[in-house]
Ligand binder design. Structure first.
Ligand code: ZN
Ligand code: ZN
Length: 413
């Protein structure tokens, strides 16, 4: 069964300018920009959205762009793409690899921008097929800094129409062309925590005159491994990763402090709060055991909430995706431990659907060890890897998922 929205989507995307969109994608990939510095990317996206016929504003929440297309009575639908790259040195060997040292589109936000530009153009050109209002958002700083919150704080919904529904999509590892939908919790909450251990510095030859924060921090890193394994129930999915540990300046100097940066992924506030309590208790306990002169300092850093799809909104989007791509393309992978600041655009109350488009090139996927998709997906380059190289064949796929997703929410006669 093909719905009116799916038929309209197939019609509107029948003649996508695929080579031109692929060129745009490769250009973005060559020129990655870090969070809140997406000037070139934002300008190019804004130019395309403006040329498609949207009223377009730049510099929203830093480097964000907003395009509005009013097209008669009907719902207001917001389509979002994040634009920032990562401080990763690219190792893909692609002909269109990053030209900027140490910066790479390792999360595929260049694809997201391409998808949004392509969808905006297709929906504007096919505006006779639908009615309502489209708001397209190029969001800065998803990876760090909270670009979504910055756009809302900068008057996103005062200056531009407030959406009835929001749609977002992300590229992910998996056989090219799959679409992952979850009708509820799809991504986890993330919380950064910084711990500073205060010891007493001194000469490396006279440890008895010091309190060594390096040893204390090492014990603490080890003990922190028991937060998930020993304090949470197996059904309470969570991750605690110590991603950074820093102390000292020379081999023969015992430093005065050591710093640990860790990241939590949780699927409920309650588990997050219990983990934070355990972290505080363990840090205090290790410092007490070592005889530290001061209690450890614990500071909460960036935090993103859980991403929970509105079941009815997501059902309408996944239905239209089945209509456009076939039932076999759509699957439910369950919640992921990754996180997003997309929910900040929803302000905790607007309904949304967020899905993944899988993009591993067939040759890479087929060569990966394992018999089932789950084990293979653990052996192919994932987001944030220096080897992450989505198949450009997903350029038209992501335009179609976004066009059809929008049409599933707009008025289509
Ligand atoms: Zn990322
Ligand atoms: Zn991302």
């Amino acid at each position: 069964m093909t719905s009116a929205a799916a038929r309209a989507a197939l019609d509107l995307t029948a003649d996508l300018p695929v080579p031109e969109l692929e060129d745009f994608y490769r250009d973005l990939h060559r020129h990655p920009e870090l969070s809140f510095r997406e000037h070139r990317t934002a300008a190019r996206l804004a130019a395309r959205v403006r040329a498609a016929g949207f009223e377009t504003a730049e510099g929203v929440g830093g480097t964000g762009i907003v395009g509005v297309l009013r097209n008669g009575a009907g719902p207001t639908v917001l389509l979002r793409a994040d634009m920032d790259a990562l401080p990763v040195t690219e190792r893909t060997g692609l002909a269109y690899a990053s030209l900027t040292d140490g910066v790479m589109h390792a999360c595929g936000h260049d694809l997201h921008v391409t998808w949004l530009a392509g969808a905006a153009a297709a929906l504007a050109a096919g505006r006779d097929a639908w009615s309502g209002t489209l708001v397209v958002v190029g969001q800065p700083a998803e990876e760090s800094g909270g670009g979504a919150a910055a756009m809302v704080a900068n008057g996103l919904y005062d200056r531009f129409p407030r959406p009835d529904v929001l749609l977002g999509q992300h590229v992910a590892p998996g056989p090219v062309g799959g679409i992952a939908h979850v009708p509820g919790l799809i991504m986890s909450a993330t919380t950064d925590v910084e711990i500073v251990v205060h010891g007493r510095g001194g000469h490396g030859s006279r440890p008895e005159t010091t309190v060594d924060p390096v040893v204390t921090a090492a014990f603490l890193v080890t003990r922190l491994q028991t937060v998930v394994s020993r304090e949470l129930a197996p059904r309470e999915q969570a991750v605690l990763t110590v991603g950074r540990i820093e102390a000292g300046t020379a081999a023969n100097v015992i430093p005065a402090t050591a710093r640990i940066d860790l990241n939590l992924r949780t699927q409920s506030e309650e588990v997050r709060d219990r983990m934070l309590a355990a972290i505080r208790r363990m840090a205090a306990g290790e410092c007490l055991a070592a005889g530290c002169p001061r209690e450890p300092e614990i500071t909460l850093g960036a935090a993103y909430p859980v991403t929970v799809n509105d079941a009815e909104t997501d059902r309408r989007v996944s239905d239209v995706h089945r209509g456009v791509f076939g039932a076999g393309a759509v699957f439910d992978p369950g919640p992921a431990m990754g996180s997003e600041d997309f929910p900040h655009l929803a302000e905790g109350k607007l309904p949304y659907s967020y899905w993944f488009v899988t993009s591993t090139p067939p040759a890479v996927w087929d060569a990966a060890p394992g018999d089932d998709p789950l084990s293979r997906s653990q052996h192919v380059p994932s987001n944030h890897s220096p080897h992450f190289a989505p198949d450009p064949a997903t350029v038209p796929t992501g335009v179609r998922t976004l066009v059809s997703g929008a049409l599933s929410q707009l008025s289509v006669p």
